[in-house]
Write a protein that binds this ligand. Sequence first.
Ligand code: PEP
Length: 253
Amino acid sequence: MRKKIIAGNWKMNLTLDEGQKLTSEIVNMYKDEKISDVVVVLNPPFPHIFPVKKLIGDTPGISVGAQNCSDKDSGAYTGEVSAKIIASFEAEYVIIGHSERREYFKEDNELLSVKVKKALESGLTPIFCCGESLEIREAGTHEPNVKFQLTDSLFDLSAEDIQKVVIAYEPIWAIGTGKTATADQAQEMHFALRRHLGAKYGKDVAAEISILYGGSMKPDNAVELLSKPDVDGGLIGGASLKSRDFIDIVKSY
Ligand code: PEP
């Protein structure tokens, strides 16, 4: 179901103490500042999932997720973590296909398609990332390029399952660079992606899918980005490591 979601991607940052401090601050601010209509998802490194979940407790509206999962179910895959294991720690979300995974770990559309299915089979909500490089943006082929990422990794899902997926449009040139897509650029791509989903699954199904924007979202640009009709939230990297900034983005809705 289409929800407003602000998800933090901690990436490979924070020790146990630092992660607990950040989580406690976020949970307290969320409660004290009476936020209720925006779902917050904290995506820490794997070892943090259990302590973060404990600190969140039964606070409604806040969930924990992972930043990746294996494409395998179980077995001799040293260093990997399956969707089933993640779900057993009461995580609810998993980021799949972040551009850093695509680039540094050579994850391709085919592999990501398997990971999305493993996540869904385990009851996790995949946050499926897509987005174009600067080169592709400058060549003007960003729309077909990103649509193809969806087609290739997601379009063999049933209409029921695609509605369980959250999509994060993250132009690679805007991730961690301080260079944000303008609100109009974001809206244009979100609209195009929703229309693409609609062409395959029908308008009603496409209207149920949350499409988040990611790429240098900060408190000072969040209001404008989040005011766009097809922008249903954000996937936040750098600013998710500062509780005040992160909660200010959540409150930008
Ligand atoms: C991200 O890593 O998904 C991201 C959007 O990072 P940042 O907000 O730092 O650009």
